[in-house]
Design a protein around this ligand. Structure first.
Ligand code: C2E
Ligand code: MG
Ligand code: MG
Length: 515
């Protein structure tokens, strides 16, 4: 039976009733009314009946006043209770999606810790949206908010709303009670496909995905907070491996995360101390057998003498928001080095995909060229196909700024992305770099040979220079020259080396000697 607790106004009424009853019983007990009658008799010349009438009326009015006052008080108390409830709700919910927030989740975890009797088992899903930043940047925050609300509704249609939490940004958590032995990967995939369903806002289609990680309570942690951290860790691994993946937590993921955290910390220090420097690999004109420039490749040598490859630290720099600083530092240094080369040599510099969605990139690059004094036509920027697809609108704006200033644009790792050939006609590329995976196998693989032949023909048709990457064998070089490939790059022609080791004329004469 639930206990009913009286409100304060009700207590007040009860108090007054008690006083009234006490006075009544006292007057009854001591016969006060008789004493009053006698008093009136004795003083019949006084206008006591009028005084008593006035007393009665004022008593009655007092009663009405008290009733009204009690009603007002009761309303005020109700209002305060409502306001308190609202404040509590706001503190524990996300006002945009109306889902419970991190604070609510923390309180549930704390409660679960104290309630040791519960035998319930849970799966915790951590969900992070793929492509949400693009929606916010390209379509504005209104669309971003609409997307978050729709995601919240879609999750709430799969799970009870009180079990879906928005932790902030595009991160959600779902607590799912396990009954029996549910297929949690399948459940994770249902989350992915619910979020991946097409969105259309004001006629604009929004393409969204989700990375999902999950962990089990109590198997993956003694306390719920730890299980949530583990499911986050699994989600992070899923995100790193691509879009729309579901990953269960395994303890080795923590080592990966710890390694990443360590690399990120070391990277910050390395950037601050300018320890990441460009190495240079020659780009060779295959018709004239002479060096026409160098590609700058970032090299990070740690204090222990270990080299961390760019494929490992560039993504960390991107995720940690360090890529702008790192690129500015490397480009400034590479441009300064390039000033000491003969004036016909070109500096080729790599941009990572994420940078092409930064509208100010073009301006920053041109400022560095201006500061150092390197003419724009001596610089070529390498971008990948995926970089252009990721954010096509901004990529075009950035590339146009640079091309108009005279900077060359090369399409790097051609053949490994997902873009269609229409990319080639949409952008004004000066160069296409055939990925080294084609060059590695084209001699033994007839089809690859035909692909390379076709790309070289395409380049000739479009007026675009073709570079072959990863030339390691003399026979590869010979075949590429026979096919009419314009430029070559690879260990055979020169490995990436620090500035002190690349006296351009020495490398050039070595290439001429070998031919
Ligand atoms: P990439 O731009 O395609 O660079 C060519 C990669 O192939 C370089 O690897 C180079 O050392 C390697 N390579 C060159 N010739 C040969 C060869 O004959 N055989 C083999 N097996 N490999 C060869 P690296 O230096 O490890 O760079 C890897 C990738 O990291 C680069 O691919 C580029 O996408 C990225 N990267 C490098 N430096 C930077 C940078 O400063 N900024 C950005 N955003 N990305 C960079
Ligand atoms: Mg490159
Ligand atoms: Mg490449």
């Amino acid at each position: 039976m639930p206990r009913i607790r009286p409100t304060r106004p009700q207590l007040e009424i009860l108090g007054w009733l008690a006083i009234f009853l006490l006075l009544f019983s006292l007057s009854w007990r001591f016969q006060w009314h008789e004493e009053l009658d006698e008093f009136i008799e004795r003083h019949h010349n006084y206008p006591l009946d009028h005084a008593l009438l006035a007393l009665n009326i004022s008593g009655f009015l007092g009663l009405i006043y008290s009733a009204l006052r009690i009603r007002d008080l009761s309303r005020e108390v109700d209002r305060r209770l409502q306001a308190e409830k609202h404040v509590d709700w706001i503190a524990c919910h996300d006002t945009l999606t109306e889902l419970p927030n991190r604070r609510f989740l923390d309180s549930i975890c704390a409660q679960a810790m104290t309630d040791q009797r519960s035998q319930d088992t849970y799966a915790v899903f951590s969900i992070d949206l793929d492509g949400f930043k693009k929606v916010n940047d390209l379509l504005g925050h209104d669309h971003g908010d609409a997307v978050l609300k729709t995601v919240a509704q879609r999750l709430s249609s799969l799970f009870p709303q009180e079990n879906v939490f928005r932790l902030g940004g595009d991160e959600f958590v779902v607590l799912s009670r396990r009954i029996g032995n549910p297929d949690l990967v399948a459940l994770g995939n249902r989350i992915v496909s619910a979020i991946g369903k097409p969105f259309t806002f004001n006629g604009v289609a929004v393409d969204l995905g989700a990375s999902v990680g999950f962990a089990l309570y109590p198997e993956d942690g003694d306390e719920p907070g730890q299980v949530i951290r583990h499911s986050d860790c699994a989600m992070y691994v899923a995100k790193k491996q691509g879009r729309n993946l579901v990953k269960p937590f395994v303890p080795s993921m923590q080592d990966e995360l710890a390694k990443r955290v360590r690399i990120e910390g070391d990277l910050r220090v390395a950037i601050r101390k300018a320890e990441i420097i460009p190495y240079y690999q020659p780009l060779v004109d295959l018709k004239e057998n002479k060096i026409i420039g160098f590609e700058a490749l970032a090299r990070w040598k740690t204090a222990s003498g270990e080299f961390i490859p760019p494929n490992e630290f560039i993504p960390v720099a991107e995720e940690a928001g360090l890529i702008v600083e790192l690129t500015d530092q490397l480009l400034r240094r590479a441009c300064t080095d390039a000033l000491s080369w003969p004036s016909e040599l070109v500096l080729s510099f790599n941009l990572s995909p994420i940078q092409l969605s930064d509208r100010l990139l073009g301006l920053r690059i041109l400022k560095i060229l201006g500061d150092v004094g390197l003419p724009a036509h001596r610089v070529e920027l390498e971008v990948t196909e995926s970089a252009i697809i990721q954010d096509a609108v901004t990529a075009r704006i950035v590339l146009d700024d640079l091309v108009n200033a005279g900077v060359g644009i090369a399409l790097d790792d051609f053949g490994t992305g997902y873009s269609s050939l229409s990319q080639l006609s949409n952008y004004r590329f000066d160069k296409i770099k055939i990925d080294r995976s084609f060059v590695a196998s084209f001699e033994s693989n007839d089809k690859q040979d035909k692909v390379i032949k076709a790309i070289i023909a395409l380049g000739a048709g479009l007026g675009v220079t073709i570079t072959a990457e990863g030339i390691e064998e003399e026979s590869q070089l010979q075949r590429l020259q026979d096919l009419g490939c314009d430029i070559g790059q690879g260990y055979l022609l020169g490995r990436p080396a620090p500035i002190e080791e690349i006296a351009a004329d020495q490398v050039g004469s070595r290439i001429r000697q070998r031919r």
